[in-house]
Each structure stands twice: as structure tokens, then as C-alpha cells.
Design a protein around this ligand. Structure first.
Ligand SMILES: Cc1cc2nc3c(=O)[nH]c(=O)nc-3n(C[C@H](O)[C@H](O)[C@H](O)COP(=O)(O)OP(=O)(O)OC[C@H]3O[C@@H](n4cnc5c(N)ncnc54)[C@H](O)[C@@H]3O)c2cc1C
Length: 1009
């Protein structure tokens, strides 16, 4: 054993001795809390329900509501028995409900929250801080709050921080340092600040803007802290904010005014894989700056969030996946900090005795006096460890959250999770009484053993791969990852792509018919809606003769293409996906210019196009081979599919690559030949898809590219006898016309035309009385105004229960006023321009209608001077039958409807011609179940935005006047492009039948390739 390890063990054992001198349970509060924790640790499912219930409780207004929720959360017989146990009652839930009073439950939860929240307000918290002062424990105070959704809320927050600082300085004027040695390093007053509380529009892709906005907000606080001799620490939050927080810290504290101020600190999270590089960078910065600064080293509070989020988006997971990795890295960074003690003051934020003992032992080995660093622990946690550390003569500071119960709920739930985590030190020591030797093991040793296969940590199985999606049979389908714009390298790639696309302005694209490039006399110009005097490109415009040629080419190519094996066709899609991936930034940048998409939206569109290719290739492999219908001796009966013929694809501009590519790829992979007609407004992107498929090797005539007016060539081809299938996504008006017109049989027509028709929506989201408003507001604003409200899935009617109405509106209007409107070439913009002048005028007309019909509750003011920018607008006081509440506007206009109760909400939500998307924000399990069955929408989203469908995960499409019921990106989508066929052969000869009939057989292809 190394001398450091033996020193760690000695110190660790000493801490345990001191801890055990005054034995307390981890859950020192008996009763409600104790039972909650015990039960939670026994049953993971119940833990989830209990914590969810705890989270919703403070927002319930009456006893009846509390009881209702209790019944809903624990209605299941198994759980109700456990709950009865939890509440201390030995009877069934139904029996106990009448006498469980809401106020008592609420009181219990408040008491539990008080265990982790040091005070309700700055005055209240002083009682706690004084007690701690007497115990030689210092403090850092943090302000709890709701998620900041608007700049009004952010300003209030900043004012509260300032108030708190003043109060703390005043009340602790005469306090002295506990160790009376090196006290200048660590002032008494210490404030922990969360930057997300000071700015509602932090955008991970735009750290420069975040800094430009936050620095002026922080300066008064920092200035005052300096005058008062206080210390300011920047807390660290989710990974998306990490780079901005670090940059902000370095920027502000390099400024002349603060350059020589040593009382600034920042958090480094050891669970992050890049924490080592970040800390080295900080230290280098600190040395160049020439003034001390501080680092609080922690493992990190958002492990579950980061792993879930990265899995959802297909990102490399930023955190370590095995707990000992975080522990080992904590120790590596401890060494880095202590070895640079001359410039950085360390605070070790941990409750883990091994991590603490390691820091102590290493400091001793390096000869660093114990008064020159400190241990920080959370209020309400690990009390005995704090006491032990004080007794050993170390500096201890407690992290004390201040605030009311409701805003404090997410903090409380984080602490409850931490206390009950299977992986956590606290549970192992104080609940499971793990022996000291086990708790003090070297994490590197644990990892070494795990690599030898001796020990498998519980999370080792999580696979965070971001490799190309696998489309082969049997493989688990993976979507392409989104681009993570929080990473500086991706920001830089996007900027470079935008520069490059700018240089390409004015490019010319031809038609492609039968593999030939065709230029016509007429050129159509596609403009940048942010600056309509900029021409993104010119496209040759087709007339009827070119449409005729294209149909003829597609028809001629069909015979060969239909006999090309599906495997070859699948591979074509996969090659297209690879090219899309390779050209990803270029295509995203082009979308920014041609249709005004914000960065992440543009990237999402390209990602979706990639997904369509890989997903449909995979689906085709699943249905491509003839499959036995029933196993009957003597007869072989196989069902398989034929393509329909010539497919006409008419796509919109709002998802210019994804929808076009989705429909084209589905048609191609199923063996149809295609004429693709992109929207005139996004024709350059359409031409890029042609280029991509050509590079991928699509044979001449199989895919043809026609640009032209829908009313001319579109109409001509819809009616054409040689077109067998029309895949359309667009407006209701055009969709209904196609549906009708395609229904007429023309002379010489071979097939009944199949129409895949996806149209608009008038999508509603309902906000229940118990909804989590932090989420409901942010998600509603994004659903309504993201990409200027130009998604068919966008929110246009927000239906709010009257009980909650005032609070929702106050926060919603504030949030709307904070949204960033501008040229989407800049990162972090949520609302860019609408697509063209016609849309601009039409939406403004609707706004005028709204002003006459309803109350204009909010309209943005500062818009860019050029371009088709529509101010985000909110109307209230609507009746469901008003024009703006019924008609699709396709712009950033939101109508809010107040309703009495959920019955009325559902009636209003369902009371339109459309059924595309719908949403619900609620924490009532019963109401959520009701919405699942009753909301009329093809895609129902609960407690999340109603836009952003992902291929394979959220098959997309609506019914009623929203569409013909097809689901793009769904398992059965390809069947719309196919004709099912069954081939039956009697294989018995004189009663003698083969013993086995294979489930699949080869394709019926003739001639064989
Ligand atoms: C005073 C103080 C201030 C803090 N400030 C912040 C802050 O600003 N930002 C922040 O993010 N955190 C902060 N934390 C940290 C956080 O809130 C947790 O308290 C801390 O991570 C728990 O670590 P531990 O060493 O006490 O316990 P341990 O039980 O040793 O470690 C638990 C931690 O290990 C990590 N972990 C759990 N499972 C895994 C796994 N499977 N693979 C890899 N790692 C895993 C997680 O980080 C988890 O929190 C702070 C903590 C303290 C004490």
C-alpha cells in the first residue's frame, strides 16, 4: 500500500471515529422524512412516485386537490399498501384518505424541505448562520428560485442577490474567521451565484452573447461584494452552460476593475470528462492574470440529467459513467489544485469521506497548511462529517440555500435523490452501514478490478455511442446525433459554413430530368428572408414541356428500378445519408439563408433527413422479402410488395430538406421512380438533395428534379395519367385540391392514384392547474415561436385553466418579451423572419383580425429593420370560434383561451377542423391518462413541447383536416408507397408435401440480377 493510501485510510478512519461518536441516522429527522427515505430505498418505482408527489405538492391549492393527487399517484393496490405504511397507517389507502388532511401532508413536506433549505428569506437564514458560526462552520448562501423564464424574473433575481449580500454583510459585520489564520483567503461572507438565474435566454451556441448580456448584470453585484469584503462564487449547472460560465468568469475577472480581486471562485465538476482540461486552462488563466482565485471542486449534481439528455440527442455523454471514475477524477483534480496552491484556493465540495480524507492527506504531503483550503458541505446533509472536520481543525463551510418551498422543490428533490442514490456515499455509510475499509477504497483500484471483469459497476452497460446509425436487420435503430452547439468546435464549423455559403450566393441550379441538366429561359430567384435583397440562388423554372419529359423519364426508368433489389435501393439511401452527414454544416448554413432557420433548427432538419434515409432503409429490409402468410402443409403462400409506379413528391419549404428527403427516400427505397418538386422558396436546398442522390448513384430517370410553380407544373402532374402516387406535404387548400383531383380517373390511367397528404394544424396545448410552470412556459414559448411558428406542429392555441390563468399569463408574457428575435445567422436566435412577403402580409392581416376580435396581450417591438420579421404576438380574451382561434396562421401568433376546467379545455382543444399535434402540461396522473385517450391529435405530447418529432421515435402526421392519417418516420409509412401482393403455390404432389416451408424467400425478381 502506498504511503498516501495508508494516510488516507488513517484519516478516513479518524473521521469515521468522530462521526460515530455521536451516532445519528442519515435521516436525522424522524417520522415522515425517515419513512419516506426508507421506503424510497426499498422500492425504486415507489421512490419515483413519491418524489413526483413531493414535487407537485406545493403547487396544489386545496386539501381536496392534495387528496386527489395522493389517490392518483398511489392508486395501484401494491403502492397504496406501501403508502399506508409510509403514512404510518396500517389500512388501505381508500380507508385512510378521508382523514389524511392536505395541510398535514403539506406541513410534513415543508418540514422536510426545511431540512435542506436554510431559511425562507435573508432574515430567516441568519438564525441558521448564527448557530453555525457558534459551531465554527462558515457559510455560502445560494438563492433558490423558479427557473428564470423572462428578463423580468432575471432582474428580480439580480436584485434579490444584491439584497442578500447587503443583509449578510450587515449581519455578520463583527464575525471573525473560525481559524483566525489565512482568513484573508476566504472571507466570512460568501455568496453562490447561478448564472442561469440572471439571464433567461442563455443559449449554449452563443457564449459571446451570454457574456455580453451577463457581464453588465454581474458587475454591480461584484463591485458591491468587493466593497463589502465578500466572496462571490459562480456555481456550475448543466453541461450546456459550462463553457459560457467559464468564459464569463474569465472575461469578467480579467477586466481592469476586477483583475486584482482575489475573492472570486468557480466550480469544477469532476464527473465531467473535460474537467481536467478546464481546470488546467483556468489555472493557466489565473497565472496570467496574476491574482489568486478559488475553485470549488465537486463531483456534480446533474448526473441523471446529463446522461438522459445525451442519450436523447445521441451525443457523447459528457459525464463519466462509472461512479469510481468520478471519484478517481476528483482525486486527480484535487492534486492539480493543491499543486497550484500558489494561485488557486481550493474548496472541496464533497460528503464522501474518502474524497475528503484524500484531500487532507495530499495537502499534508504537499505541506499546505489546513487553514489555506476548506471543505464545503450542503446544509442539511452529513452533519456529523462537518462536526468531525471542525474537530480535526479544518475549515468547513456550509452551502445554505435560501428561499420559499415552491421554488425550492427541484432543489429538494435533487437532495432526496442524492440521499437515496444507490451509488452515493451517504446512503452506503449512513443507511447501509458499509464498513470503513470499503468506503475508503481507492477508486482507481475499484476501476482496475472492474476492467479485469471482477466487478461490474451498475452503469457500465449504458451505451452512449454516437456512431453512424445501424440499419441492418436486427440492429437497434439509432437516430443520427444532433449537433451539440455547446461545443466550441461545432460553433466554429457553423460559422465557417455560413461564411462559405455567403460566398456561394447567386449560384444557379438546373432542372434534372433523366440524368440531364436542363436550363430553361426562365430563372426563379430564391431570396434570403432576413435580407430580401440578397439572392441565395437562381433555379431554372420548368414549364409543362419539362413536366411531361420528367413524367416520361420516370415512367421509362420504372421498369428497371422496380426490378432492382431492395438491398441495392437501401444502400442508395445509406450512401445519401452519409453524404448528408458529410455536408451537414454546409446544408444547415444554406437553410439559415434560404428559409431563415435558426442554427439548431436547421441542424435538426438535416438530422431528420439523415434519419429518414437510414430508417426507411431499415424498414425496407424488414418488409422487402416475401414472407410466408401461414404455415400449411403442401402450400406456400407468400405476401410481398410491389412499387406503385411514378411518384410525384411535392414538398414545403418549412422543413426544406427533411420533408423532401423523407418523401423522396420512401418512394425510392420502395422501388418507385420519382419526380421531386421542392417548394419554390427552398429550391436551392432541393437542388442539393438532387446532387446528393446523384453522388449516391441514383440511376438516370429514377429521380428527377423539377422546379416550378405548383399551380402550373404541380397541377399538371397531379392530373397526369402516368403519375401513380402523390406524396404531398403543405397547405390544406392545396392538399384538399390534390386529394380531390387525384380521385378522378384519367384516360389511359393504369392505377388508382394513391395520395399521401399531410396538411396543417391549429395545435393546442392545455395547461392544467397543477402544471409545472417552469416547464410549461418555456416549452409553450418555444412551441409557439420557435422558427417563427412556421412548423405545422407549432402551438397556436394555449388553453389555460382559470385557476392558474393569472400566474401563467404573468410568466408567459414576460417570457415572450424576452425571446430573441433577429437574423438567424446569429446563434441563439429563436425567432427569425417568415418565409416571404406573401406570408408576411398574410400574418400581419391575421394580427389585424386578432386586434379586432380579441385583446392584444403582447407584441414584440424591436425588430430588425429589413426582412420579413413578424413580431411575436399573443392574444387573449378569445372565444373558440373566433377566426384567429380557428384558422392556421403559420406565424409567431399565439392565442390564449381561458377555460373553466379540463372538460372545457378538451372540448376547446378538439373543437377545430384539425388534428395534428396537441399538448398537455399536468402532474395529475388521472388527467394525463384522460388526455391520452381524449385529445384529438395525431401526435399528443405530454409535459414537453409539441414540436420536434424524431424519426422512428415520434412517427408524425395527423388526421381530420390535418392529413390522411399517414405517419412519416413510422414503421408502416412505406406501405403507402407499395402494392401488397400474395403468391400462392400448391407444392404438394400426390399428397406429398415438403416438410418445411421457409418463413421468407428471395424476392420475386425477374430477370434475376
Ligand atoms: C458545498 C457544495 C456545493 C456544490 N456545488 C455544486 C455546483 O455548483 N454544481 C454541481 O454540479 N454540483 C455541486 N455540488 C455537488 C453535488 O450537489 C453533490 O452533492 C455531489 O456531487 C455529491 O458528491 P459527494 O462526493 O458528496 O458524494 P458521492 O456519493 O461520493 O458521489 C456522488 C456523485 O458521484 C457522481 N456519480 C453518481 N453516479 C455516477 C456514475 N454512475 N458515474 C459517474 N459518476 C457518478 C455524481 O456526481 C454524484 O453526485 C456541490 C456540493 C457541495 C457539497
Amino acid at each position: 500500500m502506498t504511503s498516501l493510501q495508508s494516510e488516507i485510510e488513517q484519516r478516513g478512519k479518524r473521521i469515521f471515529e468522530l462521526v460515530d461518536k455521536y451516532p445519528v441516522s442519515l435521516f436525522s429527522k424522524a417520522g415522515f422524512y425517515q419513512r419516506l427515505m426508507t421506503l424510497s430505498m426499498r422500492d425504486e418505482q415507489l421512490k419515483l412516485q413519491l418524489f413526483r408527489f413531493v414535487a407537485v405538492l406545493p403547487s396544489l391549492h386545496t386539501s381536496d386537490e392534495i387528496i386527489e393527487h395522493l389517490q392518483e399517484y398511489f392508486a395501484d393496490g401494491h403502492e397504496s399498501r406501501k403508502l399506508a405504511e409510509f403514512l404510518g397507517a396500517g389500512i388501505r389507502l381508500a380507508g385512510i384518505v378521508p382523514w389524511i388532511s392536505g395541510p398535514i401532508l403539506r406541513w410534513n413536506v415543508s418540514e422536510m424541505a426545511r431540512q435542506f433549505i436554510a431559511g425562507r428569506n435573508p432574515i430567516d437564514v441568519m438564525r441558521t448562520l448564527r448557530k453555525r458560526q457558534a459551531q465554527n462552520i462558515g457559510f455560502t448562501v445560494d438563492l433558490l428560485g423558479e427557473a428564470v423564464v423572462s428578463e423580468t424574473e432575471a432582474d428580480e433575481y439580480a436584485a434579490r442577490y444584491l439584497d442578500l449580500l447587503e443583509g449578510l454583510a450587515r449581519e455578520t459585520k463583527n464575525w471573525t474567521d473560525a481559524l483566525e489564520n489565512n482568513s484573508e483567503l476566504l472571507p466570512v461572507v460568501n455568496l453562490s451565484v447561478k448564472i442561469s438565474a440572471l439571464y433567461s435566454q442563455i443559449s449554449p451556441d452563443d457564449p459571446a452573447e451570454t457574456i455580453a448580456h451577463l457581464a453588465p448584470k454581474l458587475r454591480p453585484l461584484l463591485r458591491r461584494a468587493r466593497e463589502l469584503g465578500a466572496f462571490i462564487n459562480f456555481d456550475m449547472e448543466s453541461y450546456a452552460h459550462k463553457n459560457s460560465t467559464l468564459e464569463l468568469f474569465k472575461t469578467v475577472f480579467t477586466e481592469e476593475e476586477f483583475k486584482d480581486w482575489p475573492h472570486a471562485g468557480i466550480v469544477i465538476q469532476a464527473y465531467l470528462r473535460d474537467s481536467d482540461a478546464d481546470l488546467r486552462d483556468l489555472i493557466e488563466w489565473g497565472r496570467a492574470r496574476g491574482t489568486r482565485f478559488a475553485v470549488r471542486l465537486v463531483k456534480g449534481a446533474y448526473w441523471d440529467y446529463e446522461t438522459t439528455k445525451s442519450r436523447q440527442n445521441g451525443w457523447d455523454c459528457p459525464v463519466y459513467l462509472q461512479k469510481p471514475e468520478s471519484d478517481a477524477n476528483f482525486e486527480t483534480l484535487t492534486r492539480l489544485l493543491l499543486e497550484n496552491e500558489s494561485i488557486v484556493t481550493s474548496a472541496f465540495g464533497s460528503h464522501n469521506v474518502r474524497s475528503i480524507a484524500h484531500a487532507q492527506a495530499l495537502a499534508e504531503q504537499l505541506g499546505i497548511d489546513r487553514s489555506r483550503f476548506e471543505f464545503q458541505l450542503l446544509y442539511g446533509m452529513a452533519g456529523p462529517i462537518k462536526r468531525a472536520l471542525v474537530e480535526m481543525g479544518y475549515r468547513v463551510r456550509e452551502y445554505c440555500p435560501v428561499g420559499e418551498l415552491l421554488p425550492g422543490m427541484s432543489y429538494l428533490v435533487r437532495r432526496l435523490l442524492e440521499n437515496t442514490s444507490n451509488e452515493g456515499f451517504l446512503r452506503a455509510k449512513f443507511s447501509e452501514n458499509a464498513p470503513a475499509e470499503e468506503l475508503l477504497r481507492d477508486p482507481r483500484e475499484i476501476l482496475r478490478r472492474s476492467r479485469n471483469g471482477v466487478l461490474q459497476p451498475p452503469n457500465a452497460t449504458i451505451n452512449m455511442t454516437t456512431t453512424t446509425p445501424k440499419t441492418q436487420l436486427g440492429a437497434h435503430y439509432e437516430n443520427a446525433p444532433l449537433t451539440n452547439f455547446a461545443l466550441p468546435e461545432n460553433q466554429e464549423k457553423m460559422r465557417a459554413a455560413l461564411r462559405e455559403q455567403r460566398n456561394q450566393f447567386g449560384r444557379k441550379v438546373p432542372l434534372t430530368i433523366n440524368g440531364e441538366k436542363i436550363w430553361t429561359d426562365k430563372m426563379f430567384s430564391s431570396v434570403n428572408p432576413s435580407q430580401p435583397d440578397q439572392i441565395v440562388g437562381y433555379a431554372a423554372e420548368a414549364g409543362i414541356p419539362e413536366a411531361e419529359r420528367a413524367v416520361a423519364a420516370a415512367r421509362a426508368a420504372f421498369e428497371k428500378w422496380r426490378r432492382t433489389s431492395f438491398e441495392e435501393r437501401c444502400q442508395l439511401l445509406e450512401r445519401a445519408a452519409e453524404i448528408l452527414e458529410r455536408r451537414r454544416f454546409e446544408l444547415s448554413a444554406l437553410e439559415v439563408f434560404e428559409v431563415g432557420k435558426p442554427w439548431a433548427e436547421a441542424d435538426g432538419d438535416i438530422r431528420e433527413a439523415i434519419d429518414f434515409c437510414t430508417f426507411y432503409a431499415r424498414q425496407m429490409r424488414l418488409i422487402g422479402r416475401p414472407r410466408l402468410t401461414q404455415n400449411v402443409p403442401g402450400e406456400e403462400s407468400y405476401q410481398h410488395y410491389w412499387p406503385r409506379g411514378v411518384a410525384l413528391v411535392i414538398a414545403p419549404w418549412n422543413f426544406p430538406m427533411a420533408i423532401l428527403c423523407g418523401m423522396v427516400s420512401a418512394a425510392l427505397v420502395t422501388g418507385n421512380t420519382v419526380i421531386m418538386k421542392p417548394s419554390e422558396q427552398s429550391v436551392i436546398i432541393g437542388a442539393m438533395l438532387m446532387e446528393i442522390y446523384e453522388e449516391a448513384g441514383v440511376p438516370p430517370g429514377v429521380l428527377n428534379f423539377l422546379n416550378g410553380k405548383g399551380s402550373v407544373i404541380g397541377a399538371h402532374m397531379v392530373d397526369h395519367k402516368d403519375v401513380d402516387l402523390i406524396a404531398f406535404t403543405g397547405s390544406r387548400e392545396v392538399g384538399l385540391w390534390i386529394w380531390e383531383s387525384a380521385g378522378k380517373t384519367r384516360e389511359g390511367q393504369r392505377e388508382l392514384k394513391r395520395v399521401i397528404c399531410e396538411m396543417g394544424g391549429k395545435n393546442a396545448m392545455i395547461v392544467d392547474s397543477d402544471a409545472d410552470l417552469d416547464e410549461a412556459i418555456v416549452d409553450s414559448i418555444y412551441s409557439a415561436f420557435g422558427f417563427q411558428g412556421q412548423k405545422c406542429s407549432a402551438l397556436s392555441r394555449l388553453i389555460v385553466l382559470e385557476e392558474n390563468y393569472d400566474r401563467v399569463m404573468e410568466r408567459l408574457l414576460g417570457a415572450a418579451a424576452s425571446v430573441r428575435v433577429g437574423n438567424p445567422e446569429e446563434p441563439g436566435i429563436m425567432v427569425g423572419p417568415v418565409i416571404d412577403e406573401a406570408a408576411y402580409r398574410r400574418i400581419l392581416d391575421y394580427i389585424e383580425v386578432g386586434k379586432n376580435e380579441a385583446t392584444l396581450a403582447y407584441q414584440a417591438k424591436d425588430l430588425p429593420p429589413h426582412g420579413y420579421f413578424i413580431p411575436p404576438t399573443i392574444f387573449t380574451g378569445l372565444k373558440p370560434n373566433m377566426q384567429i382561434a380557428c384558422e392556421e396562421i403559420f406565424g409567431p401568433v399565439l392565442s390564449v383561451l381561458k377555460v373553466r376546467d379540463l372538460d372545457e379545455a378538451i372540448e376547446v382543444a378538439n373543437g377545430t377542423d384539425y388534428a395534428l399535434t396537441g399538448g398537455f402540461f399536468s402532474r395529475s396522473p388521472a388527467n394525463i391518462e384522460r388526455i391520452k385517450t381524449q385529445l384529438e391529435a395525431g401526435n399528443v405530447y405530454i409535459n414537453r413541447p409539441c414540436t420536434g418529432a424524431i424519426v422512428g421515435r415520434h412517427p408524425f402526421g395527423g388526421f381530420k383536416m390535418s392529413g390522411s392519417g399517414t405517419k412519416a418516420g413510422g414503421k408502416d409509412y412505406l406501405l403507402n408507397f407499395l402494392i401488397p401482393r400474395v403468391v400462392t403455390e400448391n407444392v404438394a404432389r400426390h399428397g406429398l408435401a415438403p416438410e418445411k416451408t421457409p418463413e421468407y424467400r428471395d424476392e420475386f425478381l425477374w430477370p434475376k440480377h
